[in-house]
Design a protein around this ligand. Structure first.
Ligand code: HEM
Length: 416
């Protein structure tokens, strides 16, 4: 049995904060190994990357999600009691609520609502000197997803709700004010959704039966019990928050359109190019750096021993940039997806494995649909200018974004 290469530092938490998305890959390269052991927040942690690593990481016999996420991430991004921390049959049943929302017709309805919001937003933006695309896209997605999910959203509340949902994502990897904004955003959002669920349960608010709000309000477990109201709010938030987060991918997509203008031509001429472009945006740009779990029991994998209960990080960003899996991984090349054989373990921007059984993102399909639609809108339904601005991406900030949030000006909707 080989020894897992050990990081030399006593604790690498600070190195993780400064190296960000590259932390795991830097060490894999340094130790010439796809796996190494380190200490993060003073806890022994095994980190690995690549297809084989993803395959074992999504083996539900070997890994558990209980107590896998740090408290500060639960207090901001994830919440407590939601689907992300469940295992086995309890996880499968809760996950089914999310997946039942993902029928083709229902996903098409969200995409259509989003398109309508794009149209309304572009009309408004004509009057503005400049618009930060990130913020604009967050707002329109918040309006679309609330309408889709059966969550009433008064016009006067749109900005505050959008900011709270966005803060939970932006602050998930932060410290200081960024972290506290995220905690406050979560507290306010959970209270808001709990009050809506209470109204649904007391029949003072009627929502469509196929909506997320209805599903979480009325889901009963095998014993016939409703979900705890707070837990239902956490999981309803697990639909709203990440849908607003698609604005980050839209921002990256707009950046890619700007940096690689030849792609605009291809998008106009070839209907299927949007699919390739969307996949490459999700592969190339940084979003979730890694996923975390704990070993359920001790086991051996390849030449290594994993003790029971140890924390393990799978490098999502590093796997999507793994030179063993992707040729020229640091080049933006949508064409690479033309010949790509579907693989649930080598391309994992939203987690890997099976959507129903594993913790792979429940919203991956709607993310792809909304991104494709938004790309089409940006290329074919509106014109805009891109003024000089700081578009650099700092990979030590998690989650990362172009510094300016992508400012656009002279927005002009096209009549089509
Ligand atoms: C889980 C990424 C959008 C709902 C995840 C995971 C990642 C991820 C990395 C964890 C995978 C793991 O732990 O193995 C993203 C990214 C998105 C996105 C980058 C782009 C904005 C969405 C959307 C929804 C959603 C639109 C709306 C339904 C969820 C849920 C989980 C999840 C409910 C937990 C699944 C589980 O624990 O079984 N996502 N996601 N996500 N995502 Fe997304």
């Amino acid at each position: 049995m080989g020894a897992i290469p050990r990081d030399r530092a006593i604790d690498s938490t600070l190195a993780l904060a400064t190296e960000g998305y590259c932390f795991i890959s830097n060490r894999c390269d340094r130790y010439q190994s796809e796996i190494f052991q380190t200490r993060l927040l003073f806890e022994k942690t095994i980190c690995f990357r690549g297809e084989a690593a993803a395959k074992v990481f999504y083996d539900t016999e070997k890994f558990s999600r209980q107590n896998a996420a740090p408290k500060r991430v639960q207090k901001t991004l994830l919440g407590e009691g939601g689907v992300q921390g469940l295992d086995g049959e309890t996880h499968r049943q809760r996950k089914q609520i999310f997946m039942s929302l993902m029928t083709p017709e229902h996903m098409a309805a969200l995409t259509e609502l989003t398109r309508q919001q794009w149209q309304a937003a572009a009309t408004d933006w004509q009057k503005e000197d400049q618009v930060v695309l990130l913020y604009g896209a967050q707002t329109l997605l918040c309006q679309a997803v609330c309408a889709w999910a059966g969550v009433p959203l008064a016009a006067a509340a749109v900005n505050q709700r959008t900011q709270d949902l966005a803060a939970m994502i932006d602050g998930s990897g932060g410290v200081g004010p960024r972290h506290w904004r995220a905690r406050l955003g979560r507290q306010r959002s959970e209270q808001w959704l709990e009050s809506i669920l209470a109204k649904i349960r007391t029949h003072t608010l009627d929502v469509p039966e196929n909506s997320a709000a209805y599903a979480f309000a009325w889901h009963r477990n095998a014993a016939g019990e409703l979900l705890d109201q707070k837990v239902a709010a956490v999981d309803l938030l697990n639909v709203l928050r990440p849908t607003v987060a698609i604005a980050r991918y839209i921002t990256f997509a707009a950046l890619a359109l700007h940096k690689y203008p030849q792609c605009q031509q291809a998008l106009r001429q070839e209907p299927d190019y949007a699919k390739l472009f969307t996949q490459e945006v999700r592969r190339f740009y940084p979003f979730f750096p890694f996923a975390s779990a704990r070993t359920r029991q001790a086991f051996d994998w390849q030449d290594y021993h994993f003790p029971q209960g140890v924390k393990v990080l799978l490098d999502l960003y590093g796997t999507n940039h793994d030179p063993h899996l992707w040729s020229e991984p640091e080049a933006f090349q949508p064409d690479r997806f033309r010949q790509w054989p579907e693989n649930s373990f080598s391309f994992i921007p939203q987690g890997g494995g099976d959507h129903y059984i594993n913790h792979r993102c429940a919203g991956e399909w709607i993310t792809i649909r909304i991104l494709e639609m938004s790309l089409d809108f940006l290329v074919n339904s509106v014109t805009y200018a891109v003024p000089n601005q700081n578009l650099s991406i700092n990979l030590s900030r998690m989650p990362a974004l172009p510094k300016s949030g992508f400012v656009i000006s002279r927005v002009q909707p096209l009549d089509n």
